[in-house]
Design a protein around this ligand. Structure first.
Ligand code: GDP
Length: 430
C-alpha cells in the first residue's frame, strides 16, 4: 500500500474486531518507519505468527517485531503500564530489541489498578462484554476529566491528589455494585511510583514526533484495534467499545491532522465474527457456527472466549467502507472457507416485504430482520498455497469479485493462512 502518494496509512477492522489486523500490520510494517497505536488498550490482542513462533501483542504495536521500525502508543490509547512492561520484558526475552524504539504519548491516560477492579465488578451487572482490563472505566474517567495521564507522573504532588480523587470515585462505583472490595490510594501510588521512571523514560510528545516524521517523508502505519462496528459513535451502540475505532480516530488518537492521513485499509474476514452480545445479523445456526468456529479457530486471543460466527455481511462492510472512507480492503481467512460446499453473502436485510440495504443507527431496527443471501459454490480445495490472484480457484475469485462489487471498495490483499507469507497482493487495476 505504501507508495509515493501513500506515506501515512491507517489500518482498521471493518467488522466487529479480530479481523486479522495484526497480520496485515505485521506485513505492512516491513515498509514502515513508524507503527502507531491510536485507541483501545490492553483489550486488543493481535496475534502475529513468525515462522513457528506465535506472539500475542496487547499494547505494543506489532511493528516492534521488525528491527528498525519505531513504535508509538498514541494519546488515544489507555495505557496499562504494568502489563505494558510485562509485554516488553517478554519481547526482550524473545530476543526483540526494544531499546530506543518504543515511545508512549505523555498525553495517554493510564489504566489504574482500581479501573481493573471496577471493570471486573461491573462486568456481572452489565450486559456489555468486557475483557476486565479496566479500559471502560479508564475512558469513563478520561471523559469525566478525572483521568490520570502519563505526564502527571512528572508531578508527585499533583499525582497524589489525582489518585486520591480517582480512588474515591472508584470506591463509590464499587459500593454501588455491592462489592466489599475497595481501592486504595497508597497501594495505587506505590504501583505508579515503581513504574514511573521506566514509563517516563519512553514518554514523549508523540503527536509532535509523528508530525515531524510525516513532514520528513517517513512512512507511517496507524494501527487500529477492535472493529468499526464496535466504534463508540458508529458501532452497534450500546454493544460497543469505549473509543473511536474508525479511521477518524487515528487523527484524534495520535495528534496529527486528518489531512496527514493518505489512505485507509479495512481488514475483513471472508465471513463474520463477533464476541459477546449485540446484533450479528448473519449469525450461523449452532451446527454451522460450531463448524466455522473450529475451522477458523475463533476463540478470543485475550480472553479465550468463543466468537460468534456468521456469513459475510456486505451491508456491514459497505457501511464500514463509508464511515472509514476506506481506500482498499484486505480479506483474511479465505482458507477457512476452503472445505464448505456452499457459501453465502448477505446483500440486504428483509423486513415486512421491504429490503434494508444501509446499516441502521438504531439496532432495534434489526429485530426480526431476515438476511437476504446470495449463494456461491464452494471451491473445496486448499487456498493456503495461493500467492497471486490467479492461483485462487475460480469459485473463490467469483466470491471475492462479488464482495468487491457489493461493498464498493477494491480488494488489495487476500490472506490465506496464519503465516506472514500466506498473503497475496492484488495488482491495482487501471
Ligand atoms: P486482530 O485483532 O484483528 O489482529 O485479529 P486476531 O489476531 O485476534 O485474530 C486473527 C487470528 O486469525 C490470528 O490467530 C491470526 O493468526 C489468524 N489469521 C489471520 N489471517 C489469517 C488467515 O488468512 N487465515 C487463517 N486461517 N488465520 C488467519
Amino acid at each position: 500500500m505504501f507508495d509515493s502518494s501513500t506515506r501515512t496509512l491507517v489500518v482498521v477492522g471493518a467488522q466487529w474486531g479480530d479481523e486479522g489486523k495484526g497480520k496485515l500490520v505485521d506485513v505492512l510494517a516491513e515498509r514502515a518507519d513508524w507503527v502507531v497505536r491510536y485507541q483501545g488498550g490492553a483489550n486488543a490482542g493481535h496475534t502475529v505468527h513468525i515462522g513457528d513462533r506465535q506472539t500475542v501483542l496487547h499494547q505494543v504495536p506489532s511493528g516492534i517485531l521488525h528491527p528498525g521500525v519505531r513504535c508509538a502508543i498514541g494519546n488515544g490509547v489507555v495505557l496499562d503500564p504494568e502489563t505494558l512492561f510485562d509485554e516488553v520484558d517478554e519481547l526482550v526475552k524473545d530476543g526483540v530489541d526494544v531499546n530506543g524504539r518504543l515511545y508512549v504519548s505523555d498525553r495517554a491516560h493510564l489504566v489504574m489498578p482500581y479501573h481493573k477492579r471496577v471493570d471486573k465488578q461491573s462486568a456481572a451487572s452489565k450486559a456489555i462484554g468486557t475483557t476486565g482490563r479496566g479500559i471502560g472505566p479508564c475512558y469513563e474517567d478520561k471523559v469525566a476529566r478525572r483521568g490520570i495521564r502519563v505526564l502527571d507522573l512528572r508531578h508527585p504532588e499533583r499525582l497524589q491528589t489525582l489518585v486520591e480523587r480517582g480512588v474515591a470515585h472508584a470506591n463509590q462505583a464499587l459500593a454501588s455494585f455491592g462489592s466489599a472490595k475497595r481501592a486504595d490510594a497508597e497501594y495505587t501510588l506505590a504501583v505508579l511510583n515503581r513504574l514511573a521512571p521506566r514509563l517516563l523514560s519512553i514518554a514523549d510528545d508523540v503527536g509532535l514526533a509523528i508530525h515531524r516524521a510525516v513532514k520528513g517523508g517517513a512512512t507511517i502505519l496507524l494501527e487500529g484495534a477492535q472493529g468499526s462496528l464496535l466504534d463508540i459513535d458508529h458501532g452497534t451502540y450500546p454493544y460497543v467499545t469505549s473509543s473511536s475505532t474508525t479511521a477518524g480516530g487515528a487523527a484524534i488518537g495520535t495528534g496529527i491532522g486528518p489531512r496527514s492521513i493518505d489512505a485507509a485499509l479495512g481488514v475483513v474476514k471472508a465471513y463474520t465474527t463477533r464476541v459477546g452480545s449485540g446484533p450479528l445479523p448473519t449469525e450461523y445456526d449452532e451446527a454451522m457456527g460450531e463448524r466455522v468456529r473450529k475451522l477458523g479457530n475463533e476463540f478470543g486471543a485475550t480472553t479465550g472466549r468463543p466468537r460468534r460466527c456468521g456469513w459475510f455481511d456486505a451491508v456491514v462492510v459497505r457501511y464500514a467502507v463509508r464511515v472509514n472512507g476506506l481506500s482498499a480492503l484486505a480479506v483474511t481467512k479465505l482458507d477457512v472457507l476452503d472445505t464448505l460446499d456452499r457459501i453465502a453473502l448477505c446483500t440486504g436485510y428483509e423486513f415486512g416485504g421491504e429490503v434494508m440495504e444501509e446499516f441502521p443507527g438504531d439496532i432495534a431496527a434489526l429485530d426480526g430482520i431476515a438476511p437476504r443471501y446470495e449463494w456461491f459454490d464452494g471451491w473445496q480445495t486448499s487456498t493456503a498455497g495461493a500467492r497471486k490472484l490467479s492461483d485462487l480457484p475460480a469459485a473463490a475469485r467469483a466470491y471475492l469479485d462479488r464482495i468487491e462489487a457489493l461493498v464498493e471498495c477494491p480488494i488489495r490483499y487476500v490472506s490465506v493462512g496464519t503465516r506472514r507469507d500466506q498473503i497475496l497482493e492484488v495488482e491495482q487495476r487501471g
